[in-house]
Design a protein around this ligand. Sequence first.
Ligand code: R5P
Length: 294
Amino acid sequence: MKILPGPASKELGEKIAELLGVEAVPVFFKVFPDGESYVRIEGAVEGEKAVIVQTTSPPQDIRIVQLALIADAAKRKNARKVVAVVPYLAYARQDKAFLQGEAVSIEAIARMLKAAGVDSLITVNVHEKKVLEKFPFPAKSLSAIPLLAEYFRQKGFEEAFALAPDKGAINIAEEAAKVLGGECGYLEKRRDRYTGHVTVEKKEFNVKDKTVIIFDDIISTGGTIVAAAKILHELGAAKIYAACVHPLLVGEAEKRIREAEVAEIVGTDSIPSQVSKVSLAPLIAKALKELKSG
Ligand code: R5P
């Protein structure tokens, strides 16, 4: 097995290679003056399981193309198998046609990656696991929630209330509560499919004077966390924290969340950012170790 750290996840890829004790093969990349991407694998991968580590956070389209080009290059260098490790899988939220005439974007991307040479894929906390069943190759999603919860546990937040901002994320809150040892719950969230505006319905939790950690897969504009924090303040929570696997933090998201009196935002290095305090390297290395012998 050899690790190919893609331009979007160079540091994470190198950490994974170090944990596994395998070679990290450098991938040179550049952008042509007209905006086209170029990649070159600078080492041997012949007969190897080539594991490309490349997240697809913004600029998503460029990073997806880079991933496809690296897969193509690996196959041309006679890699035995190409495994794509894509910590943040862009387009996964468009996993069905919500409105008539829409594309099922994630399925189109998966087919594109298959055509480029990807044989299997590992991602982390994909928005909806079911979508992976429709991929044209084996794909699995790991969960980084225990790692995020452990970060808070080590800070002494045992028994903090773990909150999911919507019903679909209740499994996330339950996973976190297992590590923290406290209660968990969820809010009801609605998003307007045309405007993107988020409304969160109040629920009667007993969070008065308690520390609450909101766990979500993604923080994008911050609208979900801000709406949830507002309700938690109304319910008398003592302190509110926000944790997510994929800190997209678009535009002024971080500022908006801090203004909503959220004490700390914690994310992973799925998307390198200033809130990426938890590394996915041990989680991904463990999953790859299981593949190593295969
Ligand atoms: C959507 O259902 C996801 O789980 C997140 O809650 C969502 O993507 C967060 O987006 P935003 O930060 O823009 O509210």
